[in-house]
Design a protein around this ligand. Structure first.
Ligand code: HEM
Length: 413
């Protein structure tokens, strides 16, 4: 049967139009693009008429090529998402190292890399385990809950809050603010629209952040905010806006991403009891569940680059200044890499691009995200092996934030 996804001719598709994303990523559209037009041009956006169109890169091989070549595909020139300035002006994006090119990018990222190695992150295992345990303890006596707001959000907020030095009583405020920015445009998350997020929520984030910075200037601790405040790059302290945006980047990345992959992974396990039974019988499969959930449900649907010169990708000429969007939601389903890509298999153990496709911007938080996901899946399955869906899961409407906003469950099945 023809659907809006299958009936529109390839050259008329505008991949980021929100209508295509109402039920989640438009997987049929991406499958058509991978086979018929793997480097595809969208002429614009329904919601942002003034925005320049963009190239969509949809296969794993091509995304790898773009991600590795920062000289040709810049993170700094034009922003890091398909829509350049929906919520954040370009100069603020450029103050985060995710929006910088080398050499400055490398120098700033290096400040944090030591703290995020698998070995250093493993030191936090006991703490993260206790946070997950406490949050699950809070469900005692309840029949139902929402896995997004009752489990995932409080866990990820406390974990990143602890890294950044935020007091636990402020977790909920930060969660609301960061989600409003990441999922701006979704009518439930930001009912007043992206402009209001920019005018109201972003200034509140900055104000709260400045208060914390002032406290750490006065009295450094061992948290990451103190690292930012006292960091020196090439003999110079960071400027205030660079500290604020460094804080913002870590908070945003830590708050939303793991939550997204955990919830979508739990949903997949509930929808396929035979796969779940394999994990319940053999918990050593949990690390594989984590990788499979990352492959099928990458927290960020895309990141974007801007071409620094005329070039060619998969035979397609790209002009200097063009936007080039890497769709991880597509590369995780690439049939030239994975057999039966739309099936959630707990024994597949895939290599994927959910954390980026290599190169300078490869995710800083992979070890932390994997640790959180492993402990979240393990403890949830151990305590609630018969959990079932108790209503329709609802997806954030966004071509960037690939996450559920609601996942109602019955705890005892
Ligand atoms: C499931 C969890 C996560 C996913 C799927 C994820 C995904 C990604 C992706 C795709 C990028 C690359 C962006 C690009 O190529 O431009 C990235 C970068 C980044 N991630 Fe993660 N992330 C996750 C968790 C985290 C966590 C927990 C943190 C911790 C603070 C974190 C911090 C960062 C930072 C700082 C960058 C920028 C790296 C750079 O520009 O060099 N991420 N992440």
């Amino acid at each position: 049967m023809a659907t809006p996804e299958t009936s529109v001719p390839l050259d008329e598709i505008r991949v980021a139009d929100r209508a295509l994303w109402a039920e989640g990523p438009p997987l049929e559209t991406f499958a058509r693009l991978r086979s018929g037009c793997p480097v595809h041009f969208s002429s614009g956006f329904a919601e942002y008429p003034g925005e320049q169109g963009f190239w969509s890169v949809t296969t794993q091989e091509d995304i790898h090529a773009v991600s590795r070549d920062w000289q040709t595909y810049s993170s700094e020139l034009g922003g890091i998402t398909a829509i350049s300035t929906a919520v954040m002006p370009l100069e603020l994006t450029r103050a985060m190292f995710i929006g910088m090119d080398p050499p400055k990018h490398d120098r700033l990222k290096a400040l944090f890399q030591r703290g995020f190695t698998p070995k250093r992150i493993a030191d936090h295992e006991g703490t993260v385990r206790a946070i997950v345990g406490d949050v699950l303890d809070g469900l005692t006596g309840r029949q139902t809950c929402d896995l997004v707001s009752d489990v995932a959000q409080p866990v990820v907020s406390r974990v990143i809050g602890r890294f950044m030095g935020i007091p636990p009583e402020d977790d909920a405020i930060w969660a609301r603010l960061m989600t409003a920015v990441i999922a701006a445009g979704d009518p439930d998350v930001s009912p007043d629209g992206p402009q209001t997020v920019m005018q109201r929520d972003v200034p509140e984030i900055f104000e709260r952040c400045r208060t914390l910075i002032a406290a750490r200037r006065e009295q450094p601790t061992d948290d990451l905010t103190s690292v930012l405040v006292h960091a020196e790059v090439d003999g110079q302290r960071l400027e205030e806006h660079e500290i604020v945006m460094g804080f913002f980047l870590l908070m945003a990345a830590g708050n939303d991403s793991t939550k997204a992959t955990y919830c979508s992974g739990m949903r997949a396990l509930m929808e396929d009891p035979a796969e779940r039974a394999k994990v319940l019988a053999d918990p050593s499969l949990i690390p594989g569940v984590v990788e499979e959930a990352l492959r099928m449900f990458p927290a960020f649907a895309h990141f974007r680059r801007t071409a620094t010169r005329d070039t060619e990708l998969h035979g397609q000429p790209i002009r200097e200044g063009d936007k080039v969007v890497m769709w991880y939601v597509s590369s995780g389903r690439d049939e030239s890499v994975y057999e039966d890509p739309d099936r959630f298999s707990v024994t597949r153990n895939p290599v994927h691009q959910a954390f980026g496709a290599g190169g300078r911007h490869f995710c800083l938080g992979t070890a932390l995200a994997r640790l959180e996901l492993r402990l979240l899946f393990a403890q949830t399955l151990e305590r609630y092996p018969r959990m079932t869906l108790a209503g329709d899961p609802r997806q954030v409407e966004s071509p960037f934030a690939n996450q559920l906003k609601s996942l109602p469950v019955r705890l005892e099945g």
